[in-house]
Ligand binder design. Structure first.
Ligand SMILES: O=C(O)CCC(=O)C(=O)O
Ligand SMILES: [Fe+2]
Length: 318
C-alpha cells in the first residue's frame, strides 16, 4: 500500500517584519511563497496590514451595489473584454459581477461611482480605493519576492509599468429548485495575477496538480487568496502554473460575496525573461499581447470562454 499524502493549500503570514525587504525573514518568506506557487499556483495569506473595518466596509458597499436595479448595473460597460457587468449568463446563472477599472486611482473609482450613483457616493469611492490599494500592494509584494528569487526583477519592473488593475465585485445567488450549485465552473484566470477575498461564505476550491479538489478556507477577515493567472504562468515559462479553480455554493446559504483584484499587462508584449530559458527549461511560450489573449478566449458576443490553462498553448505555445 502506498502512503497517501494529505495536500493542503499553504498558508503564509505577512506581517511588518517579513515585509521589509532588508530583513532576514523577507528571504525565508520569499522562499515559502515561491515554493507554494511552484507546488500549488496559489496560497492563502494572512495579511496583518488589512484592517477589519475595511473588510466589513467593502462587503457592505458591495451588497448595496448589487441591490441597485439591473438597469443601473448594466451601465457598467467597458471597452476591454471581461471588464464590465456580467450576469444572467445561461452557463453561470448564479454568478453576477461588476468591474471597476483602474480601482487603485481616485479617477478610476470616481468614474465607476458616477455612473452607478449619479448623485455621488463618496463613501463607496473611498472604500473601493482603499481596498484596491491594499490588495494591489499585496500582489506587488508577492511578485517582488518571486522576481527576486528568479533573478528577473528588471523584467518585473517592466511588467509593473504596464500593469493595470480591475476590481471585480462578485455575488452568487442561491440556486433555485432544479439548478445545480456551481457558482463558477472550473477555469484558470486569464489574468497576470489574481487576489481573492471573500465574506464568510465558503465555496472556492482549487485543483492540485494531482487532480484533487481542495477547499479554500479563508476563515479570517484578513485572509486573502493569491493565485497565479495564465499570463504569469507564461511569463515564468511555466515555472509556476495557474491553478484550476471553481466555486461550489454550500447548501443552505442565501448568497455569497467575493472580490477579485485582477491584473492585466496593457500596451506591452509579454516575453519570457532570458534567465528562465535554458537546456533544462526550453522556451514554452512565444511573446504575446495580454489583451489579444482575452480576445482569443472570448465568444463573439464578448463573453469570456471558460477554459483551462492547457488552452493557453493554443494561443502562444511554442
Ligand atoms: O468568487 C470567487 O471566490 C472566485 C471567483 C473567480 O474565480 C473568478 O472570478 O475568476
Ligand atoms: Fe477565477
Amino acid at each position: 500500500m502506498g502512503s497517501v499524502t494529505q495536500h493542503k493549500v499553504p498558508v503564509i503570514d505577512f506581517h511588518k517584519e517579513n515585509l521589509d525587504p532588508h530583513s532576514s525573514c523577507w528571504i525565508s518568506t520569499s522562499e515559502h511563497v515561491v515554493r507554494a506557487l511552484e507546488d500549488y499556483g496559489c496560497f492563502i495569506v494572512n495579511y496583518d496590514e488589512f484592517p477589519l473595518e475595511l473588510h466589513e466596509a467593502i462587503f457592505g458597499a458591495s451588497q448595496k451595489l448589487f441591490d441597485l436595479p439591473i438597469q443601473t448595473k448594466v451601465l457598467n460597460t467597458s471597452d476591454t473584454l471581461t471588464h464590465g457587468y456580467a450576469g444572467q449568463h445561461p452557463i453561470a446563472p448564479l454568478y453576477e459581477a461588476l468591474g471597476i477599472e483602474h480601482p487603485t486611482t481616485p479617477q478610476g473609482v470616481q468614474k465607476f461611482t458616477n455612473l452607478l450613483w449619479p448623485n455621488g457616493n463618496d463613501s463607496f469611492c473611498e472604500i473601493a480605493l482603499s481596498y484596491s490599494k491594499i490588495a494591489a500592494k499585496l500582489e506587488q509584494t508577492v511578485m517582488r519576492m518571486v522576481s527576486q528569487s528568479y533573478g528577473i526583477e528588471k523584467d518585473y519592473e517592466k511588467i509593473l509599468r504596464s500593469l493595470t488593475y480591475l476590481l471585480r465585485l462578485i455575488k452568487y445567488r442561491k440556486p433555485r429548485q432544479n439548478e445545480n450549485n456551481v457558482g463558477i465552473a472550473s477555469h484558470t484566470d486569464k489574468t497576470f495575477m489574481s487576489i481573492i477575498h471573500q465574506h464568510q461564505v465558503k465555496g472556492l476550491e482549487i485543483q492540485t496538480k494531482e487532480g484533487e479538489w481542495l477547499p479554500i478556507d479563508l476563515s479570517s477577515p484578513s485572509s486573502f487568496f493569491v493565485l497565479v493567472g495564465d499570463v504569469c504562468m507564461a511569463w515564468t515559462n511555466g515555472r509556476i502554473e495557474s491553478p484550476e479553480h471553481r466555486v461550489i455554493l454550500p447548501e443552505g446559504i442565501e448568497e455569497r460575496y467575493s472580490l477579485g483584484l485582477f491584473s492585466f499587462v496593457r500596451d506591452s508584449i509579454v516575453r519570457v525573461p532570458e534567465e528562465l530559458v535554458d537546456d533544462e527549461h526550453p522556451l514554452q511560450y512565444k511573446p504575446f499581447d495580454h489583451l489579444k489573449l482575452l480576445q482569443f478566449f472570448s465568444t463573439k458576443d464578448g463573453k469570456v470562454k471558460i477554459v483551462s490553462k492547457y488552452d493557453l498553448k493554443a494561443y502562444c505555445g511554442v
